[in-house]
Design a protein around this ligand. Structure first.
Ligand SMILES: [Zn+2]
Length: 160
C-alpha cells in the first residue's frame, strides 16, 4: 500500500478541449494539468516534465509524447487511454483534487468537524483535504458511484 503516496507514474497535460477528461483523470488519481487555451510554453514545460499531451489536434498524431483523442465522448476517450496505457490498472481514486490537481492529504475527523455536515463528521473517520483549495473529500455514496462509473467505463471497453 506504500504506492498510495507516490501515485500513478503516468502524468498528463490536457488541451483546452479536454477539461472534462482532465477532471476525471484527477479523480482517478492521475497527475493531470489542463490548459484553458493552447499554450506552447506550457506544452514545452509539460514535455520536459515527462507529461503526455492529450489533445484533439490530429497534427500531433505522429508526436511520440502526445496522444490524439479522436472522440468527443468522455467514455470513449478514457477507453482509448486505457487501451494505450492500461489506466484501469493504475487507478487511485480520490488521491488528487479534481479541481486543482494537488495531492490530497489525510486529515482527522475532529479537524474537519465544523467544515462538513454533521452527519458526515460523526459517521466517517477518514477525510482527505486539498492543501491548495482546501476542499474536503470523504468516502460516501458519491464516491462509491464514481468508482462504479469508472469500472463501468473500463468494462464497457473490454466487452466491445
Ligand atoms: Zn483543490
Amino acid at each position: 500500500m506504500s504506492k498510495m503516496h507516490s501515485g500513478p507514474q503516468v502524468s498528463f497535460l490536457c488541451d483546452q478541449n479536454l477539461g472534462r477528461l482532465a477532471r476525471w483523470l484527477r479523480i482517478m488519481g492521475f497527475d493531470t494539468e489542463y490548459m484553458r487555451t493552447w499554450d506552447d510554453d506550457a506544452i514545452e514545460r509539460a514535455r520536459a516534465a515527462g507529461r503526455i499531451l492529450l489533445t484533439r489536434r490530429r497534427d500531433f498524431a505522429s508526436d511520440r509524447q502526445s496522444i490524439v483523442l479522436e472522440s468527443d465522448f468522455l467514455k470513449d476517450q478514457l477507453g482509448y487511454l486505457d487501451k494505450r496505457l492500461k489506466l484501469s490498472e493504475m487507478l487511485q481514486p480520490y488521491s488528487r483534487c479534481s479541481i486543482c490537481n494537488a495531492s490530497l492529504k489525510c486529515v482527522k475527523a475532529q479537524d474537519v468537524k465544523n467544515l462538513v455536515p454533521e452527519y458526515v463528521s460523526t459517521t466517517r473517520e477518514t477525510f482527505v483535504r486539498c492543501p491548495h483549495c482546501l476542499r474536503i473529500y470523504w468516502k460516501g455514496t458519491h464516491t462509491v458511484k464514481m468508482v462504479e462509473a469508472m469500472h463501468r467505463i473500463f468494462s464497457t471497453r473490454v466487452r466491445s
